[in-house]
Design a binder for this molecule. Structure first.
Ligand SMILES: Cc1cc2nc3c(=O)[nH]c(=O)nc-3n(C[C@H](O)[C@H](O)[C@H](O)COP(=O)(O)OP(=O)(O)OC[C@H]3O[C@@H](n4cnc5c(N)ncnc54)[C@H](O)[C@@H]3O)c2cc1C
Length: 261
C-alpha cells in the first residue's frame, strides 16, 4: 500500500512565544526555533504502526514549507518514514487553508495514494480544515479523530474518539484519515534512524512541477484575509453571591436572565 502522511514545520510551541507580524499579519517563522509539529509526531507514529502491520507498504511524508521545512521531514525520516517530499516555492508564502490544501492535493494526486494521514489540526494555525479540504479536492472520503486504524481488505476501519468513548467507522480506500492527538506513542529517532535518514529518498517540488499557477496559491490566491489582529479580552471577574438565605433565588434569576433556564 502507498501511505502518505502530511506534516508541517512550526515555531517550537515549547520555547517560542508565537508572534504575528503586524504588517503582513502572518505568523513569524524566521529567526525562531522551528520543529516538526508535535501533533504530527503522533500521526507519523500511527502511520508507521499501520505500515509495519500491513507489510509490503511504503510510507511517504509530505510537507509544504520554506527550505527550513527539510529539517522537519528529516526528523520524520529518522523516525522511520521511508521517503519525503517537500513542496517549496516563494509563491506559496501566505497560503491560506485552500491554497495549502490545493498544493498538497496536487502533489498527492501524482502519487495515487491508498491512504493519507493528517493530524486533526496544526499546532500553529489550529483551523483543522486542511485535511477536509484535501479530501474534498481529491474526491476522497475522510475519517476523523481516529485513535486506532486498521485496513481490512479494501476498507479503512477506525475507532473514532467521541465524548463518551469511541465509535467504529469504515470507508473504502483510498481515504484521508485524521488522527486524534495523543492517541499514539511518539517515536524518538535513534542514532541509527538519524544516520539512515540521510540516505532515504528526498524530493523537492516547486509549483510548476505540480502544474499550479502562482495566482492559485500563496498570498495571491488566498481567499481568507486577516483584517485585524487584537488581544483577547481579559476575562471579567465573576459575580460572587453571598448566601443570605436567598442565594438560590438570585442564581435562578441570573440563569433565567441569560436564558439558561
Ligand atoms: C502539511 C500542512 C498541514 C497543515 N495543516 C493545517 C491545519 O491542520 N490547520 C491549520 O490551521 N493550518 C494548517 N496548515 C497551514 C495553513 O494552511 C495556513 O497556511 C496557516 O494556518 C496560516 O498561515 P500563516 O499565518 O502560517 O502564514 P504563512 O506564514 O505565510 O504560511 C502559510 C503557509 O505557507 C507555507 N510557506 C511559507 N513560505 C513557503 C515557501 N517558500 N514555500 C512553501 N511553503 C511556504 C508555511 O509553511 C505555511 O504552511 C498546514 C500546512 C501544511 C503545510
Amino acid at each position: 500500500m502507498k501511505i502518505f502522511v502530511c506534516v508541517k514545520q512550526i515555531p517550537d510551541p515549547n520555547t517560542v512565544e508565537s508572534k504575528l507580524d503586524p504588517a503582513t499579519k502572518r505568523l513569524v517563522r524566521t529567526g525562531v526555533s522551528l520543529v516538526l509539529d508535535p501533533g504530527d509526531e503522533t500521526t507519523i507514529a500511527a502511520a508507521i504502526k499501520l505500515r509495519d502491520s500491513l507489510g509490503n507498504s511504503e510510507l511517504t511524508a509530505i510537507s509544504m514549507g520554506p527550505a527550513s521545512a527539510q529539517e522537519a521531514l528529516r526528523r520524520a525520516l529518522a523516525m522511520g518514514v521511508d521517503r519525503a517530499i517537500l513542496i517549496s516555492d516563494p509563491a506559496l508564502a501566505g497560503s491560506d487553508v485552500l491554497g495549502t490544501a490545493r498544493t498538497l492535493a496536487a502533489a498527492l494526486k501524482r502519487e495515487s495514494p491508498d491512504l493519507i494521514f493528517c493530524s486533526t489540526e496544526s499546532t500553529d494555525g489550529y483551523t483543522g480544515m486542511v485535511p477536509g479540504a484535501i479530501a474534498e479536492l481529491l474526491g476522497l472520503p475522510q475519517l476523523t479523530f481516529a485513535r486506532e486504524i486498521t485496513v481490512e481488505g479494501s476498507k479503512a476501519v477506525i475507532k473514532r474518539v467521541t465524548q463518551t468513548g469511541y465509535e467504529v467507522v469504515e470507508s473504502p480506500l483510498p481515504a484521508v484519515v485524521t488522527i486524534a492527538s495523543g492517541s499514539f506513542e511518539a517515536i524518538y529517532p535513534t542514532m541509527k534512524g538519524i544516520m539512515s535518514a540521510r540516505k532515504k529518498p528526498f524530493s523537492q517540488l516547486s509549483l510548476s512541477d505540480l502544474g499550479l499557477e502562482p495566482s492559485q496559491v500563496g498570498e495571491a490566491g488566498a481567499r481568507e484575509q486577516i483584517l485585524s489582529i487584537g488581544k483577547a479580552e481579559a476575562r471579567a471577574a465573576g459575580q460572587i453571591i453571598k448566601d443570605e438565605g436567598n442565594a438560590a433565588e438570585i442564581i435562578a434569576d441570573f440563569l433565567q436572565r441569560h436564558q439558561l433556564l
